[in-house]
Design a binder for this molecule. Structure first.
Ligand code: FPP
Length: 241
């Protein structure tokens, strides 16, 4: 797997804003939840395509801190979908050597769901294949605020010297502290916004905004997007030498 990633110079960490489920369903005359269910099926295919494409880390935006503003019916349907998805997919994820993590604030999620999230993280903790991170009740600003709170607590307790705080310090307090920064962020459905996703971590990421709606996003389209990334030069603010 590592060698295939080196061979095509592809991104090691890809983050995806899975947008367009609602429109996909509406276009077919179905309720929005029908689109979310189709979207969930795509998640499996995309995760399974990662080793072949040399993607080691995949981070997906499943539910944002702003998504609570949707109708109660849609929010409840999504929460129930997450519970069913975890229950149904746990064994396949484990067998496929996927290591699963969740990021975001768990406080507002129901206990049944957080228990399933804990179980899945534990079940897959020793897997060493694709590292799948699911952002659930996640918001970049909320994450930075929560991180800052913990950092301030460490300062107040005398565990951290304010004079030593630098750009290496803050990310240690973020939910993603064990992950490398994303190399590529993809958003489906034609919207060119980042919507509060991985704000700190994506400072130097490449972005791809593609028109395909998430339920239509196949591993072939994923491979095409990654191919495009391979041809770009990343400078991280420097002048090429
Ligand atoms: C955005 O589409 C999508 C979401 C808010 C939910 C993402 C959830 C999934 C893909 C389902 C399952 C995920 C997991 C991890 C099991 P939208 O509803 O905003 O679409 P629209 O812009 O067309 O309305």
């Amino acid at each position: 797997m590592a060698s295939s990633s080196e061979a095509h110079k592809g991104p090691r960490h890809v983050a995806i804003i899975m947008d367009g489920n609602g429109r996909w369903a509406t276009q077919r005359g179905h309720p929005r939840l029908f689109g979310h269910r189709a979207g969930a099926r795509r998640v499996r295919e995309i995760v399974e395509s990662c080793p072949g494409l040399g993607v080691r880390y995949l981070t997906i935006f499943a539910f944002s801190t702003e998504n609570w503003k949707r109708t109660q019916n849609e929010v409840a349907g999504l929460m129930s979908l997450f519970r069913r998805y975890i229950t149904r997919e746990a064994q396949a994820l484990y067998k496929n050597n996927v290591k699963v993590r969740f990021i975001g604030d768990r406080v507002r999620l129901d206990e049944k769901l957080t228990a399933l999230m804990d179980e899945l993280e534990l079940l897959t903790a020793d897997n060493d294949g694709t590292e799948l991170t699911v952002a659930l009740n996640y918001g970049g600003r909320d994450e930075v605020a929560r991180a800052t709170k913990r950092l301030a607590e460490d300062v107040a307790a005398g565990r951290l010297n304010p004079a030593e705080i630098d750009v290496e310090t803050l990310p240690k307090y973020l939910d993603t502290y064990v992950l490398p920064d994303p190399d590529l962020v993809i958003r489906t459905s034609g919207e060119a916004r980042i919507s509060n996703f991985l704000l700190w971590q994506s400072a130097y990421a490449e972005y791809e905004f593609i028109d395909t709606l998430w339920p239509d996003f196949t591993p072939e389209i994923f491979a095409d997007v990654l191919q495009g990334y391979g041809t770009r030069e990343r400078r991280f603010g420097a002048v090429p030498g």
